[in-house]
Every structure is written in structure tokens, then in C-alpha cells.
Design a protein around this ligand. Structure first.
Ligand SMILES: Nc1ncnc2c1ncn2[C@@H]1O[C@H](COP(=O)(O)OP(=O)(O)OP(=O)(O)O)[C@@H](O)[C@H]1O
Ligand SMILES: [Mg+2]
Length: 241
């Protein structure tokens, strides 16, 4: 069961382009996501999904409206609080993996450590190996991403996102570049992460399999939240007992 809202959006607006002829991408989005909830965000190409996810993750800034994540109010927060949120409380997973090719998988996974002082290099490596193990890839630690399959790359990217033990994971079409089988494994991992660790998940997706794994589906159309239908609450309840 989801807890108190960890993400709150109210009347969020975002436009791109010149002020004389703005393209209104988000036109008053209000949404609350409970702590520990698993939400699938769906909608046609260009409907504003990535824009919305980037605003929630403090990678982009809303023009108008209220955004509050994990108790941090975006309009009022100091840059330090936002940086902490981006680097510690929120993990990101993208469709294109965004791994650094000249670093080993272990070094890719350990990149977030540069944002948190206080860990020795040995502790950083240990945590890196731990999260790689968590996604079933302990054996690729010393390899470069270029030598991995798509599914392995995405799991390395997920391990990197988990390095700081985020409370919220934001994923933008995480299975978009994966074949059906590896996509299924990644979805299963997300489900486990949500159920076992209580990580709040917001996943932008076109995939029906993700939306059926989710607890709640939020649809966006032309920058407005259209309807919210329940995902699979029965399955979720059964799994949590
Ligand atoms: N940085 C930007 N500058 C100008 N226009 C942008 C920018 N980012 C997004 N847009 C426009 O905003 C609209 C919504 O884009 P967004 O990426 O949020 O859509 P999306 O729902 O994620 O689509 P897709 O499913 O194709 O990824 C699009 O028309 C896009 O062209
Ligand atoms: Mg997108």
C-alpha cells in the first residue's frame, strides 16, 4: 500500500520556444504519487512524458505551478537541496542507458559516489560491486559497456541508479531498446525493487507489460493528465501478503 505522497505536482505548466509563440507542452498537470507506489506514465509521442519526468527529477524547471518531491519544494529550495535530491534521493534510468564507454562497468556504477563525500575508495568499490551483484552482473565489473548486450547495459545503468539507495526511481522508456525477453527481466527487477525495497517507481513506457506490473497507470495527452486507471492492484496485494 502506498504511503504519504512523495511527489506532489499542482498546476504545473511548461512551454518551449519563443515567448511570442510558445509551444505549451504541459498545460496544468496535477499529480500525487505515494511513497512506495509504482506508477506507469503513458501517452503518445510528444504528449509531454519526458518533460514531466525531467521536471519531477529536477533536471528541468517548470514555468508555473507547484512541485514538491521528498519534502523539497522546488521553487523555494536552495540549489544544494536540489542537488542532493537529484544525486541521492532520486535515481534515473534512460532508454539509451547513458553509460560512459571508456569506463568499466564498475566505474560507471560508482560514478554517483563523486557526489557524496565520506566514503573511502574501497567502500565505493564495495558498494559498486554490491549493486552490480544486485542486478545479477557481478561478473561484468571489469568490462567496458561496449562489450555487453543491451539488457546487460540497462542493468548496469539500473545498478548505477541504485548506488545511492534512492527512494525514487524515474525511468524513461527503460525497455525501449531491449528485446522482449530482456525487457521482461528488467520489468521483473523493477517489480521486485518496488515490492521488496519499497522504492517509488515512475516509469514512462509504451509497454503493456510494464503498465500491467504497475499499481497505477497515469495517462497524459497533449500536456494534460487524462485519466487514471488502476493497474493491477489485485496482483499487487496478493504479492505483498
Ligand atoms: N528542450 C526542448 N526544446 C523545445 N521543445 C521541446 C524540448 N523538449 C521537448 N520539447 C517538445 O515538447 C513536446 C513534448 O516532448 P516530450 O519529450 O516531453 O514528449 P514525450 O511524451 O516524452 O514523447 P516521446 O514518447 O516521443 O518520448 C514535444 O513536442 C517536443 O518537441
Ligand atoms: Mg520521451
Amino acid at each position: 500500500m502506498a504511503g504519504d505522497p512523495i511527489i506532489r505536482l499542482r498546476d504545473v505548466e511548461k512551454s518551449y520556444g519563443p515567448a511570442s509563440a510558445p509551444a505549451r507542452v504541459l498545460r496544468g498537470v496535477s499529480l500525487e504519487v505515494g511513497s512506495g507506489e509504482f506508477v506507469a506514465l503513458m501517452g503518445e509521442s510528444g504528449s509531454g512524458k519526458s518533460t514531466l519526468l525531467n521536471i519531477v527529477g529536477a533536471l528541468d524547471v517548470a514555468d508555473r505551478g507547484h512541485v514538491e518531491v521528498a519534502g523539497v519544494r522546488y521553487g523555494e529550495a536552495k540549489e544544494r537541496a536540489l542537488a542532493r535530491l537529484r544525486n541521492v534521493d532520486i535515481g534515473f534510468v534512460f532508454q539509451a542507458f547513458n553509460l560512459i564507454e571508456h569506463l568499466t562497468c564498475l566505474d560507471n556504477v560508482c560514478l554517483p559516489a563523486s557526489f557524496s563525500r565520506g566514503k573511502s575508495p574501497a567502500e565505493v568499490q564495495e558498494r559498486g560491486k554490491e549493486v552490480l551483484g544486485r542486478v545479477g552482473l557481478a561478473d561484468v565489473a571489469g568490462r567496458k559497456p561496449g562489450t555487453l548486450s543491451g539488457g546487460q547495459k540497462q542493468r548496469v545503468a539500473i545498478a548505477r541508479a541504485l548506488f545511492q539507495r534512492p527512494r525514487i526511481l524515474l525511468c524513461d522508456e527503460p525497455t525501449g531498446n531491449l528485446d522482449s525477453h530482456t525487457g521482461g527481466e528488467v520489468i521483473e527487477f523493477f517489480r521486485e525493487l518496488n515490492e521488496r525495497d519499497g522504492v517509488t517507481l515512475v516509469i514512462v513506457t509504451h509497454e503493456q507489460r510494464i503498465s500491467s506490473a504497475a499499481e497505477r497507470i497515469v495517462s497524459i495527452r497533449d500536456g494534460v493528465i487524462e485519466d487514471e486507471s488502476a493497474g493491477a492492484p489485485a496482483a499487487k496485494e496478493a504479492a505483498s501478503t
